[in-house]
Design a protein around this ligand. Sequence first.
Ligand code: QV4
Ligand code: CA
Length: 484
Amino acid sequence: YKNPHYAAGRTTMVHLFEWKWDDIAAECERFLGPRGFGGIQISPPNENLIIWSRQRPWWERYQPISYRLVTRSGNEAQFTNMVRRCNTAGVRIYVDAIINHMTGTWNENTGTGGSTANFGQWSYPAVPYGRNDFNFPHCVISANDYRCCPDRVRNCELSGLKDLNQGTAYVRTQLVNYMNRLISLGVAGFRIDAAKHMWPGDLRVIYDRLNNLNTAHGFPSGARPYIYQEVIDLGGEAISRNEYTPLAAVTEFKYGMELSRAFQRNNQLRWLHNWGVGWGLLASNDALNFIDNHDNQRGHGAGGNILTYKQAKQYKGAIAFMLAHPHGWPQLMSSFAFTNTEAGPPMDNSGNIISPSINSDQSCGNGWVCEHRWRQIFSMVAFRNRVGNTALTNWWDNGGNQIAFCRGNQGFVAFNNEIWNLSQTLQTCLPAGNYCDVISGTKSGNNCTGKRITVGSDGRASIVLGANDYDMVLAIHAGPESRL
Ligand code: QV4
Ligand code: CA
């Protein structure tokens, strides 16, 4: 369950938060496939409760009312079409699976597909679920439970969300049927939402009943779904993430927390010389790494002071470090712009999501940030694809916030997070020749719209990163996007 089954040479997924299926299909064909992205985490595809009383917040999608594939993102036909077109473009789809709970208790009770529920009776007829399918006696998780009481974290309600009992044969079968239907439609795996709130033994039974990935969608025979479990464990928790790594991969929340600290200059970049398990991170193959996610970019879930698109220079620095560093499997966030942390995606008065528009400079409009279309970010996806499994070598630092390193003889990257300039002759490990810095510009023909770097026969090059440069990163590599 720890292999994403990316198409050959791809390494990186992006969370297209609240995107519509038709728009994702188009994005796979026009951008993500050609740019070498490996996959997409999509928003939950199953029917959720409509919450007009809170102006249709983004978090209504974390309140399932059935497993019908009808949401604001699209219906089952659109979902099926998206998965097929993305797989054809070489881009895998990973589903955010909400299997811990159903909805909370609200006055409104209609779902995005028209299903209804009777919350007082724990009744969800469109599944169907009834009172016996939920944990009993009824209780709600309190803040202290996370420190004392693993059983309450697993058997009580998270924020009042009706807590399914994954210990019963019937509930397991409903969940397995839902996930196997998605596998038959061609998805490559799952994010397991709120995994901490379910018993590892129950999850193991569910995972083991999942079908192999669908060979008609290009997966090798016998391939198991990729599974990454959402477990927030920054230390001091009654439930350890180590209870989940024997099952499948786990979301690495320490990754973005520590890199956010460093790139905000609350820690020196030089200490990143042993970034990885030396910092208490999960083993590389167990880790789904990211800087921000849909929760902590708006103060939900864990984290605190996490870098987002709003602090663009530091954020691009942290993302470039993640993509240049060999540890783990990276995930990028692609956001809609927000000030109100509860607000849902751009929508019209009927609640329909408004699609991103694509500007002439390839950036997005209509309220969509599309970090994945920022040159400094998509160029580093190509960098990571190019350097592959090569080792990190030739670490250099200035004793403070200027660092540089090589990836084998395939890539070189430098960072300047000081308030003074970096100007050094450094070992790039690359073959002699001219290269285009893929951060400050792009190659066009034999020219470079950004910094041109000349590597000598000894592999060394003059590297300049001004403190006031637009970006704090310089990256060159042996691939066609950089080699002149
Ligand atoms: C409210 C009160 C409760 C009360 C309840 C009574 O706050 O005290 O018991 O009413 O009905 C929304 C509201 C929340 C409301 C709840 C129930 O924000 O105020 O409870 O609905 O109706 C997202 C949001 C939540 C949201 C939830 C469901 O973050 O705010 O709750 O969706 O719509 C822990 C977990 C971790 C979790 C993280 C946020 O260990 O698993 O908290 N992360 C995942 C997702 C996250 C999602 C959920 C889990 C739930 O990443 O986005 O929560 O699916 O760390
Ligand atoms: Ca539970």
